[in-house]
Each structure stands twice: as C-alpha cells, then as structure tokens.
Design a protein around this ligand. Structure first.
Ligand code: ATP
Ligand code: MG
Length: 1045
C-alpha cells in the first residue's frame, strides 16, 4: 500500500509510465525529486532506472532482501532487488533464460548494480554446503577480476576496464550450479600509459601496498610505487581505498575460488614481470655499420625479470633489441632503434598482461564451471564498460562505444522497434511511436563491407605503406555524406567551420553523443602485433604460466598467417554476445550518472538530461504507455493458465486462440486490458498479469492439494485393502493356528485324562496288591484288636453292680478315653436300671420318700443327714397290733400314710404335750394318746404351709389356711422325732391329693397365727435346749422363742 502510494506520488512517481504530463522536464524533475529523497530507483514499466547516489544507502540490508523476496514487482517500492527477483523467479518458475543488461556511462553504477543483483540472487536461492560453495565462488570472482581489470579513471575510481558477461546456471529448483564468465577487450594500453590523474590496474598498487616483505622480495619488487615507470607517480594512493586490505581480499577471493598457492604465486610473478618490464631502460648505441641500435641500459632489472621467469637474460635482451625478419628463404636479424625497442617492450608488457587476464578468467571459469549433464537455466549479467567521451579518444574508446552502441541497439530493438513491429505483425491497433534507431550508427562501424572496422582491417592488411592517414582518408571518402560521420575533410566539404575537430580525427554521432576519435594508434592497436622474437623468448622461459601464455612462441608452430585483428575479434565476440542476449528474456537496468565529480547526492540536470535523451527513456515511456506489458503465444499462454477455467481445464479441444479467449472471458478482465493478436495474447498492464499469476498460483495450490488428496486417498485405500487382505490372511492363519493349538491341547488333555482314568481303574483293580493299603489295613486291624481286647477285658473285669460303687477301670489307651467314659456312664445307668427293677413297691415308695426328703431338706436343715440312716417306717404306733388304737385305725382305714407320736406345743405356755399323729391321704389327725381318740382332724387342703428351723431339732409349725375349719385355735406347733419323714410324707401326700407342693419354710423366724393373734416365733440356738427336743418359751403374748441346740 505504502509502495503503491509512493509510486502514485505525483511529484515523484515511482513508475514513469504514470507521469503526467509526459515531457522531458517532468521526467527530469521526477528523477531529481526522487533522487533528492534518496529514491535512486525508478521504473519505466519493468525497466529500472538507477541514479548513482555516490554514497552508501541503507537499502541493501538482509531485511530488504526478505522484503523483496517473492515480491510482486509492482507492489513494492522500486528497487534493483525487485527486478532481480522478477528475473530469478521467471527463470525458476517459467523456465526462461534471463539476461540482465546493465548499461550506462562510466561511473553510472553498472558494476555495483551487477554485484547487487548477484548478491540478491545468492541470498534468495536455497542453501546447502554445495550451493553455498558455488555461490561464494561466483561472488568472489568479482574482487579478483576487479583487481586485475579495474582501474581509477577520471570518471570512476573503480572503472571496469574490460567488459564482463557472466552466465550463471541454475538447476530446476533455482539452485546455482556454476557459471561462465566472458571478458571483452581489456584496455591493455593502460599498462604502459594512462592520463594524468588516473591509475594503472588496481592489482599493481594492491601488490605493492599489501604484499608482505617476503612476498615482495620473492617477486623482486620494491614497495615504492615511484620506482616503477608504468605506475603514474602522482596518484599512487586513492582516498578511501585501502589497497593493502583489497590485496588481502583479492588473495582470499582467489583461495575461495580454488586457486592453489602455486597458481597465486605464478600469477603474481607474471604481474611483477609486467611491472618490472616498464623499468627496463634502453639506450642507443651505434653499430660498426653505422646503424643505430639499442641495448639494455641497466641490466639489473632485466636480470631480475629473467630470474623470475627462468630465462637467459641474453635471450630477452636480444628479443627486446633486435628483430628477426624473414624475407623469402632468408632470415635476417635487424637491430631495432630505441623507440622501436621501447615499442617492443611495451607491446610485450601489454600482451603479457592481457593474456594473463584471459588466463585468469579461464582459470575462474574452470572453478565455477557447471558439471556436464545437469539440466539448467541461465541468467546472464552483463556489466560492460560504459559509454566514454574523453578529451582524447583512441581506439579503445571507439571499441567501447561501439559495444555500447550495440547494447543500445538491443534495447531499441527489443523494447521499441520490435515491440512496435510485433503489434503491427499481430494486427493490434497501434499508433507508432517515433524513436531514434541507432542501427545506422552500428552499421557505420561494423558493416563488414564498408564499416569503419572493416576499413581499419583492410588498412592493416594492405601491403605497402600503411598508416592512419590513409585510413582516415578512406573513411572520409566512404562516409563523406554520412549523417553520423564527421571529420575535418567532410566538414570542409560541407563548408562547416568546426574548430573542435582537429586533424587526424574523425567524429561519430553516437546515440549518446558525438565522440571525436584520434586515429593515432588505430592501426597498431588493431594489429596488436607482438614481435615474434618476443613471443618466442617468452615461450622459452621456464615459468610454466608465462610460457603457456605464448603458445605461438613455439618454433614448431611458426605460422606466417597474421592473427585476426583486435577489431575483428571484438566485433565477433560482440556478435556472439548479442546472439546470446537475444536468446534470453532481457531485463534492463539503466544507470544514470548524476554528476561528473563523483559527489554524493549532487544532481546535475543537464548531465542527466543528456543521458535521458541518449538512453531513449522518453520513447521508452511512450511505448510503454501505449503498449502492452506482456505478450505470449496462445499455446504456452493457454498451457500456463488453462487451470483457471473449468472449460479449459484439464484439456481444451478447440484452437489455442479460442482457448485463450474462453479462458480470459471467464476471468472477466476489462476489455482494454487485453488484445488478441494473430498468434499472441497481449496484456496491457503488469497488474493484470500479476493478478493472473496470483490466481494461477492459488489454483495450482488448489490442484496440488486435490492431487495430493486423491493420491493420499488412493494410497490409503490401497494400503487399507492390502492391510485388510493381509489381516484376513493373518487372522485365518492365526485362527487356524489357535484351533490347531487348542486341538493339540485338548488331545493332550484327553490323553492325560484317559491315562489318569485308566490308571485309576487299574490302580483300583490292583489296589489290594498295593503296599500302601497294607498299612491302613494293619492299622485298622490293630485298632480293632485293641478295641476288642479292651472290651473283652472290660467285660471280664466289670466293677461290682452295687449302685453306690462308681469305680471303673481307666482306659488302657488314650484313643479309648472317650469311649471308656461313655461305657462307664452307660454301665452306671444300666446298673441303676437293674437296681431299680429289683426294688419292691414299698421300697420304691420309701426311696421316693427319701428322695423327696433330700430335695426338701438337703443342705438346708442340720437334722437331715441324721435322718438318712433311719428308714421311713411310717407306722410307728403299731395301729394294727395295738387294739388300743382300733378307733384310730378305723379313722385311717386304708388311707394311712404315717402314724407317730409327736409333741404338741401349747400355744399359750409353750409347754409340750404328747399327741398321736396320723397322716392319711386326706387328713392330718391329732389324737390324744391316752384316749386314742382323734382330737383334731385337719383336711390336707387346710394346710397352708409348714415352717421348720435350720437346726437338728424336730420343731415344726403347721400353718393353716385362714379358711380351715379343723384348727380353730390356729396354727399348730409340733415337735416330732421323725420330722424329716413327717414333712416329706406330708409333702408327698399333699402332692398326690392336691397336686400342689407343700409350701415349706426353713427359717429362723416366722409368724404363726393363733386364735388369740399372731405370734412371732424366733428360733434361738441355745445350750439350754435338750439335745433333741427344743424348748419353747413364750415371751409375751405375741412372741415365742424356740431354743434349739
Ligand atoms: N547503488 C550505489 N550505492 C552507492 N554507491 C554507488 C552505487 N552505485 C555506484 N556507486 C558508486 O559509484 C561508483 C562507480 O560505480 P561503478 O563502478 O559501478 O560504475 P560503472 O558504471 O561500473 O563504471 P565503469 O563503466 O567505469 O565501470 C562506485 O565505486 C560507488 O562508489
Ligand atoms: Mg564498472
């Protein structure tokens, strides 16, 4: 956006095509304004105009390189990087060879521009060890060639004194593979002579300033520039240039390129020889014949030269001072005059140096050459010496300007003429733009029949007296009426007074201005002859490099044929160069020099205007304005962009033109943007082209994605199918394997089970034969024997059957202890059962009574143990025997349970009286002993309870129920000798009669109920009591003490 704005800034438009109004002044002003703003680059379409700022600008940083990388040429501020990027991308992406033509005057910045282009391309192409090496070698060729081929001139401190065209080869990825450098006509005259204020080639100054003492000694040089005749004395050093540092840089660069140390030494040795040749002084001497001859005045320098190159000084001196002339079959040695000698010396120095320079270029080419077989595209960068107008212009300037004329012709042809012709050819509506076609000048110089160069060659080859005057006369005759040719004669003929045209000069109206050439030296320089004696002397040297520079010095190869002239060679190489350039897509950088003083940021309008004119910038803008930025044959165009429309993609069946029309109609560009020629499509503005290109890139990305997608899908599908097939095979095999394993396992298991079962069966069948059974059997047998023995023993020794006897033999073995215990209890119960069975009913009743007594009294009354021994007789009175008791017997009848004598305690006094007691199943009868008459008859149901003491007395209280009728006087207190039996029988009878247990209290205190009230009876243990009979004492009306023992 910023760039677009900058370009549309009316005062300083970035693209001169947008200039309004378009006049020379506005164009100049725009350039000036842009220059003032430090915008040194300006476009005319895709031509870059560069105005030399003569000061470093911060616009060549790595960030800038990134900014312009893959940029849209018209979307960024004008920059040399933009054109470099455009050319590089066209080469890489469109597969078109490119050439970058950098033109301009000397000092306009061509060499700098070419270096910027190279460094940009090196920065943007990919990296890698091999690629970086190639890049470095290509870049490092510059300092080496500049050291040997550049020199300070009045116009430029680093003026290229040779033409350089470098082809850089790239592979299809855009990686540099190598290159080839072609050099054109080194200005070798500079070796021996240069104008005041200029310098010889940099390398001499670098060597003297930067060479170590050891190196200089080895080369037999002195550090002092003043010492050397070929180095102009007054301008040895240059402000702002460090020759010593540059020498180191040159040496480093040579190392990077791949020069061996021996090669570097040899190179410097030859350079030293050139320098020293200038110091070989000749002096005149007179021969005996009277002829003037020359000889080396100071043999020291000659000796050193010969030491360096391994040559006999005599040989060199002979070659310098004499000449062998072959006339018919004779060989004559003629001596040379001193000027002739110096001429020979200088010619030798120039030849050595120029040949050394050629060798240098070839050597670099060997290092950077592309390996055969690699497919490549080429980018050519042309940096040739600029157009030159000096005070005194010689053969070199003529050649240099001819070359520039040819380059201008290319520019005109490609951008102006051819373009316009093409519009006409293609049938595009077109208003022709006037421009100056410099073919006429080129023709004037190079026409092989009547051109200046042809005339010069003719003069050089012509037998007879040959000099520049005859040459000039010829030119004057030939071009008398030529518009672009002038000389004193032609001007005179035209009756024009021109003081600026001295004699022996001719002037050519070049595209860039009129240049007056002095013909002096034309013939000699064109012939470029070196005396054969000198080349043979050089060939005779032992120095391998020097010797290789003079192959014609080999006496075996002596040829009488003259070598081609310098002009002829140059013309041929320029023709080759032109052919080469025509075959490539041109990119122009037109350098403009803003001032003559190399001053930073000074803009001299007149000087720039002159350049604008001769560079044809106005015409360029005009053609650009009405022309089309891009054209291409329908075929390649359709091929490139057909993917932008579904109708043309992937194949278009109709004609190519129709295809392009359909395609562009679909893309809906404005009609004025396009023109359809007979064979080509024309696109007016680069913007449209960029738009097209952008769409293509997007579409290509889409298509690539589509292809990737389909390919990936296909790959995944086939992979999946393969995997699936494999999986099925694997699983089939796996399942098979599993089943086989399972079957094997089952089979093994079945066999094991079978074996076990059979084994078990067999073992069972044969178990009895097994020893293991024997122990169990034995154990069992012994066990049984022991048990048997125990039981039999027991049977034999049974303890007595008496029930109280509880003895029992102990178990003989521990394991029989439980059984023995059990048997003991069984035996006891059996014994008891037997005992019970043999009891009589009476006895049984007695025992039951005893048992009952035990339940009632055991551990409760002290009397009880005594009663144990006494049998319960029941009938103590002898009722049946004693008739006295007949009545009582009748009362009792059959129901008598017990008859005894008891003592009844008087309730009032506590004294006792005897009484007879009868207990029947229904009654308790108390009778007077004397009368034997029942006194009291109590129904058993009247008895409430009985209380007895704890002691061994026979006292008992018979408590009656309140409702009883029998005992009107209340409870009875009785003393019985058979208390235990009495209470027991009473209890049993009561149980039998009423099914109720007798309520018996055994206590030390109890209450009785008498007729007169209740009496509390307290049992007192006392010694006063009789041994058996208790003593009752009444204490008050309601208390009675029973003293017991
Ligand atoms: N882009 C630039 N930025 C800064 N200085 C520059 C630039 N271009 C050129 N110069 C300055 O101008 C000087 C001359 O430039 P250069 O040597 O490229 O000219 P040239 O066109 O090659 O001349 P010649 O035809 O004599 O070889 C350089 O030494 C440098 O100081
Ligand atoms: Mg240059």
């Amino acid at each position: 956006m910023e760039a677009t704005n900058a370009r549309l800034d009316a005062a300083a438009v970035g693209d001169l095509v947008l200039l309004d109004p378009l006049t020379e002044e506005s164009l100049l002003q725009t350039l000036q304004e842009r220059f003032r703003r430090s915008h040194i680059y300006t476009y005319i379409g895709n031509v870059v105009i560069s105005v030399n700022p003569y000061r470093p600008l911060p616009i060549y940083t790595p960030e800038k390189v990134q900014e312009y990388r893959n940029c849209n040429f018209f979307a960024v501020t004008p920059h040399i990087y933009a054109i470099a990027d455009d050319a590089y991308r066209s080469l890489r992406d469109r597969d078109r060879d490119q050439c970058i033509l950098i033109t301009g005057e000397s000092g306009a910045g061509k060499t700098e521009a070419s270096k910027l282009v190279m460094s940009y391309v090196a920065a943007v192409c990919s990296r890698g060890e091999e690629v970086d090496k190639v890049k470095e070698q290509l870049l490092q060729s510059n300092p080496v060639l500049e050291a040997f081929g550049n020199a300070k001139t009045v116009r430029n401190d680093n003026s290229s004194r040779f033409g350089k065209y470098m082809d850089v080869a790239f592979d299809f990825k855009g990686e540099p593979l190598g290159g080839v450098i072609s050099n054109y006509l080194l200005e070798k005259s500079r070796i021996v002579q240069h104008v005041k204020g200029e310098r010889n080639f940099h390398i001499f100054y670098q060597l003297l300033a930067g060479g170590s003492a050891q190196l200089l000694q080895q080369l037999k040089l002195r550090q002092d520039c003043w010492h050397y005749g070929y180095l102009n004395h007054e301008s040895a050093g240059l402000p702002g240039v460090d020759d010593a540092a540059n020498f180191r840089a040159t040496q480093d660069a040579m190392r990077v390129i791949g020069f061996s140390p021996a090669e570097v030494t040899a190179l410097l040795e030859v350079t030293a020889v050139v320098l020293k040749l200038g110091n070989v002084q000749l002096s005149s001497s007179h021969r005996a014949s009277g002829m003037e001859a020359c000889s080396v005045a100071e043999p020291q320098e000659l000796q050193e030269i010969c030491d360096l190159i391994g040559l006999d000084p005599g040989t060199l001196e002979r070659a310098l001072c004499s000449r062998t002339v072959k006339a018919r079959d004779e060989t004559v040695l003629t001596t040379l005059s001193v000027p002739q000698g110096y001429y020979g010396r200088d010619a030798l120095a120039k030849n050595i140096y120029s040949r050394l320079f050629d060798w240098l270029v070839n050597r670099i080419n060997t290092s950077i050459q592309v390996k055969p077989g690699k497919q490549r595209k080429v980018m050519g960068v042309l940096d040739i010496y600029g157009f030159e107008i000096f005070q005194d212009n010689g053969f070199e300037q003529f050649i240099i300007n001819y070359c520039n004329e040819k380059l201008q012709q290319i520019f005109i042809l490609m951008t102006l003429k051819e373009e316009q012709e093409e519009y006409v050819r293609e049938g595009i509506r077109w208003t022709p733009v006037e421009f100056f076609d410099n073919s006429i000048i080129c023709n004037l110089i190079e026409n092989s029949k009547g051109g200046v160069l042809a005339m010069l060659d003719e003069e050089c080859l012509r037998p007879g007296v040959v000099n520049e005057d005859t040459f000039l006369t010829k030119l004057n005759q030939l071009f008398a009426g030529h518009k672009h040719y002038e000389s004193k004669e032609t001007q005179n003929a035209r009756r024009v007074m021109d003081a600026s045209l001295p004699p022996r000069c001719f002037r050519i109206h070049h595209y860039a201005g009129k240049v007056t050439y002095n013909v002096t030296g034309f013939i000699e320089k064109n012939n470029d002859l070196l005396f054969r004696d000198l080349s043979q002397a050089m060939w005779a040297a032992r120095h391998t490099l020097l010797r290789s520079l003079f192959p014609e010095g080999d006496p075996q190869k002596v040829s009488l044929k003259l070598p081609p002239t310098a002009g002829f060679q140059f013309k041929a190489s320029v023709a080759t160069l032109m052919k080469n350039l025509y075959s490539k897509n041109p990119n122009y950088i037109r350098c403009i020099k803003p001032n003559e003083t190399k001053a930073a940021m000074r803009f001299t309008p007149e000087l720039v205007l002159a350049q604008i004119r001769y560079l044809g910038l106005m015409e360029n803008v005009r053609v650009r304005r009405v022309g089309y930025a891009f054209r291409q044959l329908y075929g390649p165009f359709l091929q490139r962009y057909k993917m932008l429309s579904p109708r043309t993609w992937p194949r278009w069946a109709g004609s190519e033109r129709q295809g392009a029309e359909v395609l562009l109609a679909e893309l809906a560009f404005p009609a004025e943007e396009l023109a359809f020629g007979h064979t080509k499509i024309f696109i007016r503005s680069p913007r449209t082209l960029f738009d097209l290109e952008r769409r293509r890139q997007e579409r290509v990305a889409e298509l690539a994605t589509l292809i990737q997608k389909i390919f990936r899908g296909w790959r995944c599908r086939t992979r999946y199918q393969l995997m699936r097939k494999s999986q099925i095979i694997i699983s089939a095999w796996f399942r098979g394997h599993m089943q086989k394993n399972k079957y094997e396992r089952m089979k093994r298991s079945a066999l094991v089970i079978q074996a076990y079962a059979r084994g078990w069966q067999v073992r069972r069948a044969y178990r009895r034969y097994f020893r293991s059974e024997a122990s169990a059997r034995l154990g069992n047998f012994i066990y049984r024997r022991l048990v048997q023995k125990f039981l039999v023993g027991l049977g034999r020794n049974l303890p007595p059957l008496s029930v109280p006897d509880r003895t029992w033999p102990p178990a003989p073995y521990k394991f029989l202890a439980d059984a023995n215990q059990e048997l003991r209890s069984i035996f006891y119960r059996w014994k008891c059962k037997k005992y019970r069975e043999q009891l009589t009913p009476q006895r049984r009743a007695l025992l039951r009574a005893k048992l009952c007594a035990s339940e009632l009294f055991k551990d409760k009354k002290t009397l009880y143990p005594k009663s144990l021994q006494e049998p319960f007789r029941g009938e103590y009175l002898g009722l049946t025997q004693n008739p006295k008791y007949q009545k009582l017997h009748a009362v009792a009848k059959d129901k008598l349970v017990m008859a005894d004598t008891v003592r009844k305690v008087n309730r009032a006094s506590g004294k006792t009286v005897p009484r007879l007691l009868l207990l029947t199943t229904e009654h308790l009868v108390l009778a007077d002993p004397k009368a034997a008459q029942p006194k009291t008859v109590l129904s058993l149901s009247d008895i409430h309870s009985v209380s007895v003491t704890r002691f061994s007395d026979g006292f008992l209280a018979l408590h009656l129920k309140e409702t009883s009728t029998g005992g009107a006087k209340g409870d009875f207190l009785l003393v019985s000798d058979h208390l235990i039996e009495l209470v027991t029988r009473l209890h049993q009878t009561l149980m039998d009669a009423t099914a109720q247990a007798l309520s018996l209290h055994i206590a030390d205190q109890f209450s009785t109920r008498f007729q007169k009230g209740n009496v509390a009876v307290t049992v007192v243990e006392s010694a006063k009591a009789g041994s058996d009979v208790p003593v009752c004492r009444k204490r008050g009306s309601h208390k009675m003490e029973v003293l017991v023992h």
